[in-house]
Design a protein around this ligand. Structure first.
Ligand code: B12
Length: 265
């Protein structure tokens, strides 16, 4: 018997991988998936039948109801496990590649010091009613995220973190008084597309408050922003789920420092 730890991050070159795959549950290619959802019906046998009907209409056949729980008197939460027939063609998957190299903190500091010749100023906040600060704190606070230190750790960055539920006019005014190079906004709540609407309002406010060509770099982040949607939202860059501080710091060098003249000795 073989023992030992299987490292999922180590790709085995000896294995031939198919281009067309199906989900894996109990046996390769059995198509098993698990979905969860809530129906606006009280929990009883009829509700469970309704959940299985939905699963069948979604193409899960056969489907097994593995969990059903009343969420108050009028709603039921379900987990359904079943097999889909759909195939995934890996050749048709498109990936948005990072458009800049990943730098170490000392490379970031060196690039800013030698080419910008002053500290780069970052002003960050959660705007609207959003009180989810963990994400932006993960990027900005010194304690950082995923083993990387946050932007406060970078000697050549000045970070002003305004915290939660900041009003857009307040953000604009603070960005002006701090002479911000970058404004970073976090949006985690996405109900009724609040993240998209708040981002559009924020972008419009900055474009109105600053002369053309002098608007700070506008960066938004949160778990449900779509990759590559910056243009549509009127901002310079969006960062999604799992972003790390080094990615953001490297992007700042790419967007604001690269191309600037080298300091004369
Ligand atoms: C912790 C938490 C809370 C805490 C927040 C505490 C705090 N100080 O932040 C409390 C308890 C206050 C809370 C309250 C609420 N919450 Co809440 N919360 C969560 C929870 C469990 C974790 C969020 C989190 O911290 N993730 C960890 C961080 C590190 O990840 P992240 O935010 O994605 O950030 C990363 C990236 O997205 C990115 N990033 C994020 N922001 C930015 C910004 C920039 C500039 C950049 C570059 C990158 C970046 O980088 C980060 C690191 O990789 C989520 C569920 C979940 N598991 O995600 C629900 C969740 C976000 N909450 C939710 C809801 C509904 C609420 C409430 C409305 C509940 C209520 N009815 O009262 C309130 C709203 C309060 C408010 N006014 O905003 C929903 C949102 C649903 C939706 N689609 O909008 C979620 C998804 C739970 C759910 N499944 O229903 N919540």
């Amino acid at each position: 018997m073989r023992t030992g730890v299987v490292r999922p991050d180590v790709v085995r070159p000896d294995v031939v991988r198919p281009d067309v795959v199906r989900p894996y549950g109990d046996t390769t290619g059995d198509g098993m998936v698990q979905v969860s959802f809530t129906l606006p019906v009280p929990h009883d046998k009829r509700a469970e039948g309704a959940a299985l009907q939905l699963a069948s209409k979604m193409g899960l056949e056969p489907a097994l109801l593995v969990h059903a729980k009343a969420m108050g008197p009028d709603f039921t939460f379900f987990v359904v496990y079943g097999s889909v027939r759909h195939l995934v063609d890996l050749r048709e998957v498109t990936v948005v590649e990072r458009e800049f190299p990943l730098l170490t903190p000392s490379e970031v500091n060196k690039a800013i010091r030698s080419r910008l010749r002053r500290k780069l100023v970052v002003v960050g906040a959660c705007i609207g009613t959003d009180a989810h600060t963990v994400g932006i704190d993960a990027i900005l606070n010194i304690k950082g995220f995923a083993g990387e230190k946050g932007l406060e750790y970078y000697r050549e960055l000045k970070v002003v973190n305004l915290g939660a539920q900041v009003l857009v006019p307040e953000l604009v005014s603070r960005a002006r008084s701090e002479r911000a190079d970058v404004v970073m906004v976090s949006q985690v709540v996405t109900q009724k597309d609040a993240h998209l609407q708040n981002t559009a309002v924020m972008s419009a406010a900055f474009r109105e408050a600053y002369p053309a060509g002098e608007v700070p770099l506008l960066v938004v982040g949160g778990p449900r922003f779509e990759e590559g949607s910056a243009g549509r939202l009127g901002v310079d860059r969006v960062f999604g789920r799992g972003t790390t501080p080094a990615e953001v710091a490297s992007y700042l060098v790419h967007a604001l420092v690269d191309g600037k003249e080298q300091e004369q000795p």
